[in-house]
Design a protein around this ligand. Structure first.
Ligand SMILES: Cc1cc2nc3c(=O)[nH]c(=O)nc-3n(C[C@H](O)[C@H](O)[C@H](O)COP(=O)(O)O)c2cc1C
Length: 338
């Protein structure tokens, strides 16, 4: 439960700038078994000043619910106003970003910069909680750097301020995406607070999810990069956790179909020109790891129209058939030899 909202399965799609917009969140829901989806980070200043580009991101439908909007900012009154706008716009909960380490953002005092000033962090969190009746959550990292892990302090401050759940990515901000995510800090946070704790960082497989739950005692798990190009991962994870079923990863044909659906949703939301431009960075994820796909992968970064995407993806499906035929041939020849 996050506030009075039941999150089930306890699996969360991570906020990812440039990726978890309306189209991808809906796709993750359609592909099944995700308990909560979080939109990409949104600037509290952008909301405060009704910036058109920011308001564009304020775009969800009932089919995505429960859906959380992640906001970032360093000024308590501005964050509070952004939270009020999010509530008026009908979102289910609000997440405060305290993990982004990108210099352009950190320079403003927002996101992971708040880990260097816990007094300011408290002021931002309190202002947000007091501005809305929706559940507020916080997403943060192990600490600013590896010398001083402050995730436990942040979690205590958040709980004290009325935050309803906290997500911990087990890397320090100074690590960016380098090194490994440390799940022991997630276990420490779980011991320190009684609000739900969501574990995050480096979860790529069903076994990683199981390990995260077992080693940290966390209440939920958040997946980011492993869902890019594979929104089916939640279904695969849940089949294992819920029913002990190993469904295995999707076939290339399923991936190609999901990629096309993603493209269509994106174009519906943003128009063909912008929608396809944004898909160029996302489509190659769908054929990651597929043999003989290098040419198609490159071509997907150059597409201009839905028809271009469709043509290339039909070749992915053919690759899958070739792969299946090769596998079947190998099995058959094995059978004949036997
Ligand atoms: C492309 C990309 C964009 C991201 N954008 C955000 C963001 O907007 N807000 C946020 O809190 N974290 C963001 N993250 C971090 C993820 O939410 C997550 O914490 C991180 O990727 C670790 O989880 P993973 O190993 O499952 O990917 C982003 C990560 C990636 C790869």
């Amino acid at each position: 439960m996050i506030g009075d909202i039941r999150i089930w399965p306890p699996l969360v799609l991570a906020p990812m700038a440039g990726a978890t917009n309306h189209a991808f969140r809906l796709l993750a829901r359609e592909c099944g078994d995700v308990g909560l989806v979080v939109c990409e980070m949104i600037s509290s200043y952008g909301l405060y000043y009704n910036n058109e580009r920011t308001l564009d991101m304020f775009d969800w439908t009932d089919a995505e619910r429960p859906v959380s909007v992640q906001i970032f900012g360093a000024v308590p009154e501005i964050v509070a106003e952004a939270a009020r706008k999010a509530e008026d716009a009908g979102v289910d909960m609000i997440d405060i970003n305290m993990g982004c380490w990108v210099p352009k953002v950190v320079r403003t005092g927002a996101c992971a910069a708040l880990l260097k000033d816990l007094k300011q962090a408290r002021a931002v969190i309190e202002a947000c909680v007091n501005a809305t009746s929706l559940p507020v959550t916080v997403k943060t990292r192990k600490g600013w750097d590896l010398r001083e892990a402050c995730a436990v302090d942040v979690a205590r401050i958040a709980e004290d301020a009325g935050v309803k759940a906290i997500t911990i990515h087990g890397r320090a901000a100074s690590q960016g995406f380098n090194g490994q995510s440390d799940s022991s800090v997630i276990a420490e946070v779980k011991q320190a607070v009684s609000i739900p704790v969501i574990g995050n960082g480096d979860i790529r497989t069903v076994d990683d999810v199981e390990r995260m739950f077992r080693e940290t005692g966390c209440d939920g798990v958040m997946l980011g990069r492993s869902a890019l190009g594979n929104p089916f991962i939640f279904r695969e994870v849940w089949a294992w956790l819920d029913r002990g079923e190993r469904t295995g990863p999707p076939t290339a044909q399923e991936r190609a179909r999901a990629a096309l659906r993603h493209t269509v949703l994106q174009v519906e939301a943003l128009g063909e020109e912008r929608g396809i431009r944004e898909m160029r960075g996302l489509l190659p994820h769908y054929i990651k790891g597929l043999e003989n796909a290098a040419r198609i992968r490159h071509a997907l970064t150059q597409v201009r129209t839905v028809a271009d995407v469709q043509k290339l993806l039909s070749q992915v499906a053919e690759l899958d058939c070739e792969h299946n035929l090769a596998e079947r041939a190998a099995v058959n020849s094995g059978e004949r030899a036997a």
